[in-house]
Design a protein around this ligand. Structure first.
Ligand code: TXA
Ligand code: MG
Length: 328
């Protein structure tokens, strides 16, 4: 795998049907030419991702929206104007240019204009859409540094653009606008409050919503057993895990630890603000996995702002049986 900051080289790899991993403001993406069936097929192979799980097409500019989507509703244009470039993905009816492999045969496509200057430079020089999922193996935690990508995908990537750590740290918010009223498919980097100011109340994903693997119950999973609980339940969860003989780490904002002076567990301190928690979350989970803890007990933040996305990822990392919370 080649690695560097050579945008011209990355564009040449994409033009040759190869795979380029690149930073976005949310997480690193694993990109291929969104108009090429063969190039997109390589993404699924590299990730070990089942073909029915659609990819997001990244664009340099909202003005390209109508090149990739049809029947674009006014609400989508308003959201695009307000949010792009930024951590928001819009699901719309797909246009003919989208390779069938991108959407697994579905009639819709996810589109987003990322805010990262390197992603933007790459997209502008390439001049067309780049299909890119997060640059991790299927089901694993998304990468927020180039080292995460290199460690996990290695030679499956032809060129890795090393742009340092990602700012937002959780994936984009996904809104489905293909079926009339806006539906929240995945909370993420753009917070609900900012979206609803434009769209009005978002509907929750239901059985009719298109399948999104990010919405599988168990996903974003670290190797350690993760238990996600409210902050007040952390000491009891530690005691329970210790009683089983497990090596336990607690993942929580630094300030929370002052309430637990004698916690018999390794303390992994996150920042106290939600933006900092989101930014550092996936790297912290990877560190704790590498350190070999059996159990990670994570404190759920309040479900406000970025706390909604952080809580969502912690619950999915915990899997359906290991997450509990007293309220919301
Ligand atoms: O922040 C992000 O969104 C990152 C960066 C690289 O842009 N990308 C990302 O991609 O998280 P991925 O593939 O790991 O997650 C995208 C999610 C998946 O759950 C996928 O099923 C869903 O978006 N998705 C994509 N296209 C869709 C569509 N047409 N309908 C419904 N869900 C879709
Ligand atoms: Mg992903």
């Amino acid at each position: 795998m080649e690695r560097g900051l050579d945008i011209a080289r990355a564009v040449a790899v994409l033009e040759g049907g190869g795979l380029v991993a690149f930073p976005t403001e949310t997480v690193y993406g694993l990109g291929a030419d969104a108009a090429s069936e063969a190039a997109v097929a390589r993404i699924f192979a590299a990730k070990g991702r089942p073909r029915g799980h659609p990819l997001i097409v990244h664009l340099a500019d909202g003005a390209q929206l109508d090149d990739w989507a049809i029947d674009v509703p006014e609400a989508a244009r308003q959201l695009a104007r307000a949010a792009w470039p930024g951590p928001l993905t819009l699901v719309l009816r797909k246009g003919p240019r989208v390779a069938a492999a991108v959407t697994g045969g579905a009639a819709t496509v996810g589109l987003r204009v990322p805010a990262h200057p390197i992603a933007h430079a790459l997209l502008r020089r390439f001049g067309s859409g780049i299909a890119a999922p997060s640059a991790n193996r299927f089901g694993a935690v998304s990468p927020t540094t180039a080292d995460h990508v290199a460690g996990e995908l290695g030679d499956a990537v032809d060129y890795l653009v090393d742009g340092g750590p990602c700012d937002v740290g959780v994936e984009s918010t996904i809104i489905d606008l293909s079926r009339g009223r806006p539906v929240l498919l995945r909370p993420g980097g753009m917070v609900r409050e900012d979206i609803e100011r434009i769209t009005g109340p978002l509907a929750a994903a239901d059985a009719e919503a298109p399948a999104a693997p990010g919405t599988l119950e168990s996903h974003y999973a670290p190797r350690a057993e993760l238990i996600a609980v409210g902050a007040d339940e952390v000491p009891a969860a530690v005691a329970e895990a210790r009683a089983r003989g497990a090596a336990v780490a607690v993942l929580a904002p630094g300030a929370a630890f002052t309430a637990w002076p004698a916690l018999p567990a390794h303390a992994r301190r996150l920042p106290d603000d939600l933006a900092g928690i989101a930014r550092d979350l996936y790297a912290a989970l990877r560190d704790l996995d590498a350190a070999g803890f059996d159990v990670v007990i994570a404190a759920l933040p309040p479900a406000l702002g970025l706390g909604e996305a952080v809580g969502d990822r912690l619950r999915r990392a915990a899997g359906p049986r290991r997450s509990r919370r007293k309220s919301s």
